[in-house]
Write a protein that binds this ligand. Structure first.
Ligand SMILES: [Fe+2]
Length: 390
């Protein structure tokens, strides 16, 4: 038995007007200081004011939110007792909103216990809305929560299907101001989630559709959104692609690009989208070398994206080349070395990178699961920018 979960998705021009239909008395907004400074909370609070819904802002979310920040947010939300929690921002703010609404229901829990092992029933108290200001993680349409344990320098993959948001509002005014670097980093996450969700051993026909479309939209529109932030059509399509990539990946499972990228990001603090996008072509090559079935799936994606050339293997390889060309066009690193990571420091951390990647569920759901030896080689090849030949 499988299930496909996603929120009510309100999208397109003036999507924020949906707030006029919301019923409730108090909203707790989870965001960061930069989003407030950019004025991106204002269109939301204006709508809430018009409805006489009281609101309070918690703006202390940092990139890769820490357990301490979530604890703070949990205390604040407990005092305020809202009937809506609204995450406004990128993946970090949206994930933080999910964690905080879970603590509203279970204030006695430590943030690291916010997992499928617990029952929350938070909707007896409040509902969850997410409003993305980046086009990347698709957190608005997933139940995943990524937090950082700053003591162990480790990212924690948490969450429970219960915390799938009730509503996601995709309004282009919220993403128009995204700087090129964030557009590029978050855009690479979209294509990685879409492709990995498509080939995942937990993928089905239900998850394949959004994965295919998200991949094609990213190839078509990410360079445009990167080069001209005012390109409304490109911004809109990337916003939809991000949500569909999230729907695909979170209803199947992400793969080895995420397993290895998470490991690198956890140790060297490279942004999530940049790391997973960096490892995507290498891990695709690893799959192509070991699985005809997965190669055929890559070929399906390639043909849908009009990247075609003869046999399945040729199409799959062309898709890898197309992703490298996309990364180059939007000035993303093509190797770990390009990230500015020192070789000696990196080599010292390889055992730890392998250990972390082996412990990621996402590594296990990839169609070809590497052991420690292959992982070590993948990390070395990715540093040097060398295509995977094993
Ligand atoms: Fe991701």
């Amino acid at each position: 038995m499988w299930n496909f979960a996603c929120p009510l998705i309100v999208y397109g021009d003036n999507a924020l007007d949906y707030l006029a239909q919301v019923k409730g008395k108090k909203a707790f907004l989870v965001t960061d200081k930069n989003i407030v400074k950019l004025g991106l909370t204002k269109p939301v609070t204006d709508q809430l004011d018009a409805k006489n819904i009281k609101w309070q802002i918690f703006d202390e979310v940092e990139p890769e939110p820490s357990l301490e920040t979530i604890k703070k947010g949990g205390i604040a939300v407990g005092k305020y007792q809202p009937d809506w929690v609204i995450g406004i921002g990128g993946g970090s703010c949206m994930d933080a909103a999910k964690a905080i609404i879970l603590l509203l229901a279970r204030p006695e829990l430590e943030p690291e216990a916010l997992s499928v092992l617990e029952e929350f029933n938070f909707r007896e108290k409040a509902r969850l809305m997410e409003i993305p200001t980046t086009s990347g993680t698709g957190s608005e349409a997933s139940w995943a929560i990524v937090l950082t344990d700053t003591k162990d320098n480790r990212k924690l993959g948490l969450g429970t299907p219960e915390v799938m948001p009730d509503v996601a509002i995709l309004d282009p005014v919220m993403v128009m101001g995204m700087p090129p670097q964030i557009t590029a980093d978050s855009g690479m996450d979209v294509i990685c989630q879409a492709i990995e969700g498509y080939i995942s051993t937990w993928g089905t026909s239900m998850t394949a559709g959004p994965g295919l479309i998200a991949t094609r939209l990213t190839l078509d529109y990410l360079p445009r959104a990167y080069k001209n932030g005012n390109d409304l059509e490109a911004r809109k399509e990337m916003m939809y692609a991000a949500t569909m990539g999230g729907m695909c990946g979170s209803n199947s499972m992400f793969g080895l690009g995420h397993g290895t990228g998470h490991a690198l990001g956890g140790i060297f603090h490279v942004p999530h989208g940049r790391t997973v996008g960096l490892f995507l072509p290498y891990t695709m090559e690893y799959m192509i070398n070991g699985s005809e079935e997965t190669t055929a799936k890559f070929a399906e994606i390639a043909r849908y994206c009009r990247v075609t050339s003869g046999s399945d293997k040729e199409c799959a390889k062309l898709l890898v080349a197309k992703i490298r060309a996309l990364a180059k066009e939007i000035r993303q690193p093509l190797s770990v070395k390009d990230c500015g990571i020192d070789k000696a420091k990196y080599e010292k951390e390889i055992p730890s990178l392998i250990d972390r990647a082996l412990n990621e569920v996402m590594t296990m759901t990839a169609p070809r699961v590497p052991g420690a030896e292959d992982l070590g080689k993948i990390f070395n090849y990715a540093y040097a920018g060398k295509s995977i030949d094993f």
